[in-house]
Design a protein around this ligand. Structure first.
Ligand code: ADP
Length: 596
């Protein structure tokens, strides 16, 4: 039953893939006209060649020979020209299908929610976008045209053979099933192998990607050789499948050549007998029959190879569509887009667990109210759920229990783009995109901005001075930051990230351990920017996960988290008096400072 379901599903996948080429129906129609023209002209080539031979050997007629040569020229021209257009048009359709498919796929992946990206390795997504789409193209383009062309050629050849000699036709008819059987067995085996091969290739590239993106860690531990060994291990598995694939291709080609050689011999021998003994056949006709047999053999094997390519391509499309069909529960658009956003946040009995680790409750019975303009520090041990709280305010994930409201509206009812336009977010790792400093700062801007605003936010974020330091950044805002901001220091990147958050003029500004990945000097500069912001931006809600006592002390509300619950809440003075977890944390930090 399972198998049946699987087969049916593949057919659906194939139809879905065809939809992409159906968009190009005008071009496809033109391509099919050339395809028919080419296939038909090809069917006539053996016949005219045989007649040319007869005019020479049997009839010894020069006029007829010239006439037939002229006919042959016309047929060859038709064949050549239509072959060019057919190939060009179908390959163009293929390229267009790839563009559409890649765009669709990329947009589906990027729109999907964070939990999808938590589960799906970025290397795998990249491999689906690259390899799988290139393979999937075959299901929607060239291979169908090749199959149709070969079917026409096969039918044409069979008719011609039947017309030339019925008895020879019977001999050939016995050979055809042998071709079909060898091809279909191979097709099925190849399909399995190719799927396996693609999975291993994805693993290989995903491993390489992980390595290169973590290159500093690899280097720091001098683990190059270990990584090479791991890479080789994955490659070995890939090679084993590749080896089997090579053996089966070799076998297929060997058997095919044997079958076709014996078929030719059978036709030559029996055809020769008919010419010599029965006078049933002319030598020109025998030549035509041999040419038709060769053409029939190559067309039949070509049909099966393009069919198996289509099967492989359907396999790749299937994997692709499965990923594309993973519907995000959290959609980028939809919901409330207009209300006076003040930024009042309320967590009401919130429970949360990350999807794929369902049994672990990260937050439970979590209650917290944040008023507009409040400065809130989230503190607590590592793993207590601080970043999760922030991710929930950003609605990277949906709560599993209770609700979060913003200005009284359930966060699930608010349009995500609208919500994000009011939230500035500075993450732990300052991540930039390749491009200029200005492009990075204005990354989230959906509307035109003035130079004054740019200057203003850079001054606020303490980034203005270094951007305008002509010795290091002669092009100022137009300086290229390199891939992922590689040309900037951690502190500079983080201050650009703060400018990027500020330029949106958000109502809520979030710092998720913004200084924890920085060295002492960079930390000081970024800290200065945050402290200044806290003083100057009085109407902005600022939520931060911070470790520095001075920053935490400046907050009106300190929320102490413990195992996913609010353990203590209050200002610095109140919490110290309470003599609980917060007091312990502060004591520990002060102890650390005196030890230094
Ligand atoms: P904190 O910021 O206080 O260090 P987090 O909110 O990052 O804590 O994490 C709380 C718990 O959730 C931890 O046990 C952590 O392992 C888990 N966790 C964090 N992120 C994920 C994730 N993407 N998938 C699964 N579990 C996660």
């Amino acid at each position: 039953e399972k198998k049946k379901k699987k087969k049916k599903f593949k057919w659906e996948t194939y139809k879905r893939m065809l939809k992409y080429s159906r968009k190009q129906w005008k071009l496809s129609l033109l391509g099919h006209i050339f395809l028919i023209a080419q296939s038909v002209s090809q069917v006539f080539i053996p016949s005219v060649s045989g007649r040319l031979l007869d005019a020479t050997i049997k009839e010894r007629d020069l006029d007829k020979l010239n006439q037939l040569a002229f006919q042959a020229i016309l047929i060859f021209l038709a064949n050549g020209i239509s072959s060019f257009f057919r190939t060009f048009i179908f390959s163009l359709i293929g390229e267009r299908v790839v563009i559409d498919l890649r765009n669709d796929c990329f947009s589906k992946f990027i729109h999907n929610e964070i939990s999808f990206h938590d589960k799906q390795h970025s290397g795998e997504l990249i491999s689906r976008l690259g390899n799988d789409i290139s393979t999937a193209k075959a299901a929607a383009s060239g291979n169908i045209s090749t199959t149709i062309r070969n079917v026409i050629i096969c039918v044409g050849n069979v008719i011609m053979l039947f017309l030339i000699s019925r008895s020879l036709f019977i001999v050939i008819a016995i050979m055809i099933p042998i071709f079909i059987i060898t091809s279909s067995v191979y097709g099925r085996y190849l399909k399995k192998l190719t799927k396996k091969y693609q999975d291993y290739t994805a693993k290989v590239s995903s491993h390489a990607q992980e390595c290169f993106s973590n290159i500093k860690t690899v280097k720091a531990f001098s683990n190059e050789d270990k990584e090479i060994l791991r890479y080789n291990d994955v490659m070995k598995q890939c090679y084993e499948v590749g080896y089997n694939k090579s053996v089966s291709s070799g076998l297929y080609n060997g058997i095919n050549s044997l079958v076709s050689d014996f078929a030719t011999l059978a036709v030559l021998w029996y055809g020769g007998y008919l010419v010599l003994q029965e006078n049933d056949l002319t030598s020109g006709q025998l030549a035509s029959v041999i040419l038709y047999t060769g053409s029939l053999a190559s067309a039949t094997s070509s049909i099966s190879s393009s069919l198996s390519k289509i099967v492989t391509a359907t396999g790749a499309s299937d994997r692709l569509f499965k990923l594309m069909d993973k519907k995000p529960k959290i959609k980028c658009q939809g919901g409330l887009t207009y209300f006076n956003f003040r930024g009042e946040i309320s967590f009401q009995n919130v429970g949360f667990s990350y999807k794929h680790t369902d049994h672990v409750k990260v937050l439970s019975d979590f209650n917290l109210d944040i008023k507009p303009g409040e400065r809130v520090a989230l503190v607590g041990q590592s793993g207590s759920g601080k970043s999760t709280v922030i991710r929930l305010i950003e609605r990277f994930y949906d709560v599993t229990q209770g609700q979060i409201t913003i200005d009284g509206y359930n966060i699930k009812e608010i349009d995500l783009t609208f919500l994000h336009s009011y939230i500035g977010y500075v993450s732990q790792e300052p991540l930039l995109f390749s491009g200029t400093i200005e492009e990075n700062i204005t990354y989230g801007m959906k509307k035109p901005y003035s130079k004054e605003l740019l200057d203003q936010v850079c001054k606020l974020a303490n980034s203005y001075n270094f951007i305008h330091d002509k010795t290091h950044f002669p092009l100022g805002y137009k300086t290229l930051v390199g891939e992922a901001g590689a040309k900037l220091s951690g502190g500079q990147k983080q201050r650009i990230a703060i400018s990027r958050a500020l330029i949106l003029q958000p109502r809520i500004l979030i710092f998720d351990e913004a200084t924890s990945a920085l060295d002492a000097e960079s930390e000081f500069q970024v800290q200065q920017a945050i402290d200044e912001l806290m003083q100057k931006q009085k109407d902005m809600t600022i939520i931060l996960i911070a470790h520095r006592l001075s920053t935490i002390m400046n907050c009106e509300k300190i929320v102490v988290l413990n195992k996913g619950k609010v353990a203590e809440i209050g200002n610095h003075k109140e919490l110290i008096e309470r003599n609980g977890i917060y007091k312990q944390l502060v004591d520990r930090q002060l102890q650390g400072l005196t030890n230094q």
